[in-house]
Write a protein that binds this ligand. Structure first.
Ligand code: SF4
Length: 467
């Protein structure tokens, strides 16, 4: 760990008969002698007390759409303040965020320090009605998540927890009290898969999901990262669908999400569209009512339809959504049947569909970015502190539609993704000289730590970059 990082006493631990500190946060139950860190690298024994070393340590906050979190049935398109920690209690060979989840690879220059009040204030100032605990698994951030989520809840902000739920039941119960939306990543239904590729165990994950399912007022969606050659032969899709139907019910959305080669699993290809559609069809055949595919930028593959009359309720493309066939109460406009989509029109502030700019916009700097077969989204990253509101204009090419975004009082990021089949790229302009960068995004809930050279910076209002 960075020696400059201050620690504070952790929750959920005890001292065992051998005098070691024994952690009770995740089912790994690390036993630690003084000076030792747990498997996650962010909790350790300090003078025979367990301390957390990552309280408030986060990657820069990012504003994204709720669809980033594999949540399709809660406030479609809602602007979400995404907050990601460091460290993880698992070590998946194919980890999509390994540069921050595995502390040994961490570049501390990418890390910021926040207090709970900072996060809530940023959400309020930027009209984000949901705080999402995401990117790296938030389990090992338990104290900071709880402190912030409780504060956010008092301010009327919802909390979304995206996790593989490798957690003990007692801390999970604390989360259930304050988290509104759970997006659970169930990696496989095979114990051997968990042991070999995640360094964890399947049984505690299933126990935690069953405990969560007892609380029917919490919104739950499940996703499975489809890793080429590891869990994509249909067995996992079938077993997962059947387990979900038996334990959670057929109405729980089940997402199959494409993977990109990463960390120790780079020899495989990205998941193909055909494979994702095949697994989705298996889940639907088994009886799952709402199955979706993710990390795909295609039309007509992840829309929601009314189960009663077939009316299209929500249309999606990539991470964008458009509510078409629902009324304010979430009922089908054609037949009146109640849909499972919660608060479809709650969020007037989506990340990037404000097409009206009030006032004069004077671009000071602009970037061009061309979409390609791997990259269909970018983070616009503000790297300097600022106290004013920065306006960002997004021009979608070649149709030249304009959208306007704002970043109020923070160094942070905003996502922009491809929104239509014919879109070839974007021109992004800011009304400030403050330093910005455009960082390519490989997939959803991926937190890129580096700027790659694809973005072309222009001083004026020139043509499309060569990418
Ligand atoms: S949270 Fe960290 S220290 Fe605690 S048991 Fe899990 S891996 Fe070990």
């Amino acid at each position: 760990m960075n020696p400059m990082t201050k620690s504070r006493i952790a929750s959920h631990w005890g001292v065992n008969a051998e005098g070691e500190v024994e952690c009770a946060l995740c089912p790994r139950n690390c036993r630690l002698k003084p000076g030792q860190f747990g498997f996650c690298g962010v909790r350790g024994n300090v003078n025979n007390e367990q301390h957390t070393f990552n309280y408030g340590c986060a990657v820069p906050v990012t504003f994204e759409a709720i669809e980033t979190e594999a949540v399709y049935h809660f406030r479609p398109g809602a602007k979400t303040l995404c907050v990601g920690n460091i460290g993880c209690m698992l070590e998946c060979d194919f980890c999509q965020n390994w540069e921050t989840s595995q502390v040994k690879y961490l570049d501390w220059r990418n890390i910021k320090h926040y207090m709970p009040e900072d996060i809530v204030e940023l959400a309020v100032l930027n009209d984000a009605g949901i705080i999402s605990w995401t990117y790296d698994d938030p389990v090992v951030w338990h104290e900071f998540v709880l402190d912030t989520a409780r504060l956010a809840s008092k301010m009327g902000i919802k909390n979304l927890y995206k996790s593989s739920l490798y957690i003990e039941i007692q801390p999970l119960k604390e989360l259930i009290e304050v988290i509104d939306i759970f997006s659970i990543s169930l990696k496989s239904m095979s114990s051997a898969f968990y042991r070999r590729y995640t360094k964890g165990r399947l049984a505690p994950v299933l126990d935690a999901i069953k405990e969560l399912a007892r609380h029917r007022d919490r919104h739950i969606e499940l996703s499975q990262l489809v890793v080429t050659g590891l869990n994509d032969d249909g067995t996992d899709a079938r077993n997962t669908a059947n387990w979900v139907i038996r334990n959670l019910g057929s109405q729980i959305p089940l997402h199959f999400v494409g993977f990109h080669p990463a960390y120790k699993y780079t020899q495989a290809k990205r998941t193909s569209l055909d494979k994702l559609l095949e697994l989705k069809n298996i889940a639907v055949t088994e009886g799952i009512e709402y199955s979706y595919i993710g990390n795909v930028y295609e039309k007509d593959v992840s829309d929601s339809y009314c189960k009663s009359c077939g009316n299209k309720l929500v249309e999606r493309f990539g991470l964008s959504s458009n509510v078409l066939g629902l009324d304010q109460k979430g009922q089908c406009l054609k037949c009146g049947k109640k849909s499972p989509v919660i608060e479809p029109f709650h969020s007037l502030d989506s990340v990037s569909n404000d097409t009206k700019e009030t006032g004069f916009f004077k671009p000071v700097q602009d970037f061009f970015f061309k979409w390609n077969d791997k990259v269909n989204g970018v983070h616009i990253a503000s790297e300097e502190s600022h106290s004013e509101s920065i306006k960002i204009q997004v021009q979608r090419l070649p149709d030249n539609q304009l959208e306007y975004l704002k970043l109020n009082r923070c160094p942070g990021r905003i996502i922009v993704t491809k929104r239509a089949e014919n879109e070839v790229g974007v021109k992004i302009s800011m009304d400030t000289k403050k330093k910005f960068s455009i960082i390519p995004l490989l997939d959803r809930a991926h937190f890129p730590v580096r700027q790659e050279p694809e973005a072309v910076k222009s001083n004026g209002m020139g043509g499309m970059g060569t990418g």
